[in-house]
Design a protein around this ligand. Structure first.
Ligand code: MN
Length: 244
């Protein structure tokens, strides 16, 4: 049976109407890789969320708005972007449970940032304001989401290098924040040429991979990119079998 992979949604509030959604690129990539993706609503009662969590074999944390800096003990600077505390609360709860139980997880863009924060790390609230870089990491309106913005150097010993079959890729870049302090229990496995962190993995070898770039947008023009989702689904399958 295909493993069940939960994706916490993003919220859109339009007057009295609130919608919870997920991007099709993530669900499609998981489907192609052999997983069975399901979207998780926000703002559920904790007991209800736990019922859903217990049925999931793995979790994918998708991209989106900025994590509230209060979650890593910093004030909201004026260069921090839009935040969504309802989404933060749901993702933090799921991540704390998943980290405690070593449930396999893949975090992309905001997902790597949320993983790092939930595990005790911190973020730069804006790369241009706090780090400065000749590289344009942020998406430019109108550019395609698969546009290659910079190279990424990958640790040859990492799960990411094995999944991609390479230690160097050209990748897209759709973020203005990045990881600052790496959470205890994690290490850096990928960086952009300016030093910006583009990937982390758990030290203990359980599948907890965070990526700042977006392989889901590149699966159609670089055959290696689906490897990330296949490695994740395989880890989820393996984990689901061993805990039955
Ligand atoms: Mn980047």
């Amino acid at each position: 049976m295909k493993p069940l992979i939960g994706i916490p949604t993003r919220s859109q509030v339009d007057g009295d109407v609130t919608r919870y959604s997920g991007l099709a690129t993530y669900t499609r990539a998981l489907d192609l890789a052999g997983g069975a993706p399901v979207l998780i609503p926000l703002a559920l009662d904790e007991t209800t969320l736990r019922v859903i969590f217990d049925r999931l074999d793995g979790l994918l944390f998708q991209g989106g708005v900025d994590v509230h800096p209060g979650s890593y003990g910093e004030p909201v600077e004026n260069y921090c972007g839009e935040i969504d505390t309802t989404r933060d609360a749901t993702e933090l709860m799921l991540l704390r449970w998943a980290l405690a139980e070593k449930k396999p997880m893949l975090g992309i863009c905001r997902g790597i940032q949320m993983m790092n924060v939930a595990a005790g790390g911190s973020l730069f609230q804006d790369i241009p304001a706090q780090l400065g870089s000749p590289i344009q990491h942020q998406h430019v309106k109108g550019n395609p989401y698969n546009l290659r913005a910079h190279t990424i150097e990958i640790d040859p010993q990492s799960k990411l290098a094995r999944a991609l079959g390479t230690t160097r890729i050209e990748a897209n870049s759709l973020h203005h924040q990045s990881l600052k302090k790496i959470a205890p229990g994690f290490h850096v496995v990928a960086r952009a040429p300016d030093g910006v962190i583009e990937g982390i993995e758990a030290d203990d070898g359980h599948f907890a991979l965070g990526l700042q770039f977006h392989p889901e947008w590149m699966v159609d023009d670089d055959a290696r990119m689906i490897g990330v989702f296949q490695a994740f689904v395989q880890a989820v399958e393996h984990d689901a079998r061993s805990t039955e």
